[in-house]
Every structure is written in structure tokens, then in C-alpha cells.
Design a protein around this ligand. Structure first.
Ligand code: IPE
Ligand code: IPE
Ligand code: MG
Length: 257
């Protein structure tokens, strides 16, 4: 596997369309509450939005789409809601995997999957294998994922892979291959629906230089038009990666000659 470059070590190449989009799909419960429906109806409806956004990302040429489905802190919810989410997770893996394969979309899961029951773990393995050769888009679902967990598990793996590693030898290059998204470049664009402006323990390491977009739209209402709005906003950002605007301007002048 080629190691993706780090935004803190080298300045990434700029693109008009984000190569990697990471989304916190928030607001399902409120969407349902607004309709006097149980919270879980919002989760079921949210699946429709995932389908739309996956297809639109593929159409627009996004290479990696990562969605936060269940955080390491979501176990704190009422057991009935957690139980429903687990059932929905298994059901949607079963119903979506063929569609993903037909659309040349590969599916990856990140997070501590050991806490899920064996039916889910087996279905995850089957789905990942079935779509492993798909190339048009990589859809990553973060489940029982936490950014802190990710950094810790990477550190542990890094120590195992490099016995006798001295503290001064620990580097980004040694750690990065063990992060759960080592196969993808860092996210260019982060989107959070549902109005909250926080990161809620999502890709903490990977979002060092990600552009952060927040919208009040609730996840089940987030559609192609909303995604394009976020992309338009992204297109207007000046991504400096620590440099000055003047440096960027002189660089684009020298590119033009
Ligand atoms: C996001 O929607 C989905 C999950 C966390 C599983 P929420 O369930 O958090 O919806 P709100 O934020 O309560 O509206
Ligand atoms: C973040 O949403 C996690 C997912 C969308 C899966 P939450 O609704 O759990 O986040 P907080 O609790 O509002 O920060
Ligand atoms: Mg929420």
C-alpha cells in the first residue's frame, strides 16, 4: 500500500473537487421528532440520504467518502435505540452490498468491530471482500469509531511492528500506516449536518487541515443539492496549510508560466 502524504509534512496538491469527503450524519432523531415519530424512524430515513450522497459523490468524482454511523460514545444511548441501530446496520449491509458492487463502489469499515455481534462481523467481512476490487469510489463507514481510539490503536500497532522503538524515533511516518484510514488521503472536506458545530471524536488525527462545513439541515433532508452547496463553499476556500496568501498567489503565477 502506498503511504499517503501528510498535510503537516508536505503541502497537498489542491483540487476543485474534494478527493476525500468525511460526513457526520447528524439530526436523525430531531427529524423524526419534528414529525411526531420515534427517533429510530429518523435513522431508517437517514439510510435513503446515504444512498443519494454516495451516488452523487461518485458522479462528481470524489474518490473517498467516509460517513460516521455510530460513535464509540453512542453506546451511551438507550438500549432500545442501540439495538435498533445494530439491526439497521446488519439489514443495510445485507441490502446494499450488491448495489455497491454493481456501482463499482468498495466498502470499508473502520472502528472497533469486536464489540459487534458475530452476524455483523461476518457480514462486514463478506461485504468488504465482495467489493474489494471496486474502483469508482471507496465508501468507508465508521462504526464504533472514535478518533482517540484510532490514535491509541495505531500507537499500539506501531510499537508491536517496531520492537525496541525509542521515544525519539516515533514519527508521523511510522504511525500513519497503522491508523485505520491509512489507505486514504486525509479528508479535504468535512460536513456535519444537524446544526452542531463540533467534531464529536471523529477523525481527529486525519482532520488536521480539513475544511469544516456545518449546516442546519437534518441528515434525512440532506440531498444532492445540499452536497453541491457544500462543494461550492469548499471551492471558495483558500487552503494555505500554514503559508500566506501572497505565497499562494506567487506560486499560482509561476505555475501559469
Ligand atoms: C445521528 O443522528 C445518527 C447517530 C448518531 C446514529 P442522531 O440520532 O444523533 O440525531 P439527533 O442529533 O438526536 O437529532
Ligand atoms: C455523532 O453524532 C456521531 C454520529 C453521527 C454517528 P452524535 O449525535 O452522537 O454527537 P453529539 O453527541 O451530539 O456530539
Ligand atoms: Mg446527534
Amino acid at each position: 500500500m502506498t503511504q499517503h502524504s501528510s498535510s503537516t509534512l508536505t503541502v497537498p496538491e489542491l483540487r476543485a473537487i474534494p478527493r476525500h469527503v468525511a460526513i457526520i450524519m447528524d439530526g436523525n432523531g430531531r427529524w423524526a421528532g419534528n414529525r411526531f415519530m420515534p427517533r429510530v424512524a429518523g435513522h431508517a430515513e437517514g439510510l435513503g440520504a446515504v444512498r443519494k450522497i454516495v451516488q452523487e459523490c461518485r458522479r462528481l468524482g470524489v474518490e473517498y467518502l467516509t460517513v460516521f454511523a455510530f460513535s464509540s460514545e453512542n453506546w451511551r444511548r438507550p438500549p432500545e435505540e442501540v439495538g435498533f441501530l445494530m439491526k439497521l446496520f446488519l439489514k443495510s449491509l445485507k441490502s446494499e452490498v450488491s448495489r455497491l458492487a454493481e456501482n463499482d463502489i468498495s466498502l470499508r469499515l473502520i472502528g472497533d468491530l469486536s464489540r459487534f455481534d458475530s452476524a455483523i462481523q461476518e457480514m462486514v467481512q463478506f461485504s468488504e471482500e465482495k467489493t474489494a476490487d471496486c474502483k469508482s469510489l471507496t465508501l468507508t463507514v465508521a462504526a464504533n469509531y472514535g478518533g482517540r481510539w484510532d490514535i491509541l490503536q495505531a500507537m499500539r500497532q506501531c510499537l508491536v511492528a517496531n520492537p525496541g522503538l525509542k521515544p525519539e524515533q516515533v514519527s508521523e511516518e511510522l504511525l500513519q500506516p497503522h491508523l485505520s484510514m491509512a489507505y486514504a488521503p486525509e479528508p479535504d472536506l468535512f460536513i456535519r449536518t444537524g446544526g452542531e458545530q463540533r467534531v464529536s471524536n471523529f477523525l481527529l488525527w486525519q482532520m488536521a487541515y480539513t475544511e469544516l462545513y456545518f449546516t442546519d439541515v437534518l441528515w434525512p433532508d440532506f440531498d444532492e443539492a445540499q452536497l453541491n452547496k457544500a462543494f461550492d463553499w469548499f471551492g471558495q476556500r483558500e487552503r494555505r496549510f500554514g503559508r500566506t496568501s501572497a505565497q499562494l498567489a506567487s506560486e499560482s503565477m509561476s505555475d501559469a508560466v
